[in-house]
Design a protein around this ligand. Structure first.
Ligand code: SF4
Length: 223
């Protein structure tokens, strides 16, 4: 088992312990129902008090979309609109993401959308390392359940967290990174694009690469 996987497993088990779980159910050969598993995970997120953000959130935002999505978008954290509605990417940045997804020839319901943090940091400040450490096991589990072939990391925090690097997003974007059997494309966050529309072309170049891979996968008849 490689070191990254060992660390993820250790963090996940510690996380379950903090949530009060004492036994790990063994599924044996019973096939997993991704929809049900994601619902269970969302309930755990709603009960979670593993970091101080539970004190200031209005609603946790576990994520939404197709439980068997080929493509998962991972952002940074919920903002004010998401916190109010309990849904990811529903504010202005969310509208832009929805337009990007449509421009790719897809609908929001076909992909899965989530964040590194499931609760809003006050005043939309940057996620803190202890908050990321506390929350990241939820994302690892979502990705284990959905098993996407393509992941799009939106913005610095998502890209750096998923790739375990401090490299800048400007150097990470524009190419696929192998990620546990999937391909990961880092790109700019839609909120950044709202402030800096001159980078939209870069994002579109990144998305064209994602679309090409997506079409190859669907051409193979999977999902
Ligand atoms: S941000 Fe994550 S770890 Fe912190 S309380 Fe919310 S769900 Fe739990």
């Amino acid at each position: 088992m490689d070191e990254t996987l060992k660390r993820s497993l250790k963090a996940y088990l510690r996380h379950l312990q903090l949530l009060g779980m004492e036994d790990i159910p063994c599924r044996g050969d019973v096939p997993m129902d991704p929809e049900r598993e994601l619902q269970r995970l969302a309930e755990e997120v709603r009960r979670c008090r593993c970091c101080p953000l539970h004190q200031t959130r209005k609603n946790p935002v576990p994520g939404e979309g197709n439980p068997r999505a080929l493509l998962v978008f991972v952002g940074e954290a919920p903002g004010a609109d998401e916190d109010l509605q309990g849904r990811p990417f529903v504010g202005r940045a969310g509208e832009l993401l929805t337009r990007i997804i449509k421009a790719m020839g897809l609908e929001r319901q076909q992909v899965y959308i989530t964040n590194i943090l499931k609760c809003r940091p006050p005043q939309n400040r940057n996620p803190r390392p202890d908050e990321i450490r506390a929350c990241i096991p939820f994302l690892w589990r979502q990705l284990e359940i959905i098993r996407p072939k393509l992941i799009c990391a939106l913005g610095t925090f998502a890209a750096q967290t998923l790739l375990e690097t401090r490299e800048k997003i400007t150097r990470l974007r524009g190419r696929f990174h192998p990620w546990r059997g999937a391909l990961l494309m880092p790109t700019y966050h839609p909120a950044f694009l709202l402030r800096n529309p001159q980078y939209k072309r870069d994002v579109w170049e990144d998305m064209k690469m994602v679309m090409a891979e997506y079409q190859k996968l669907t051409g193979q008849g999977r999902r």
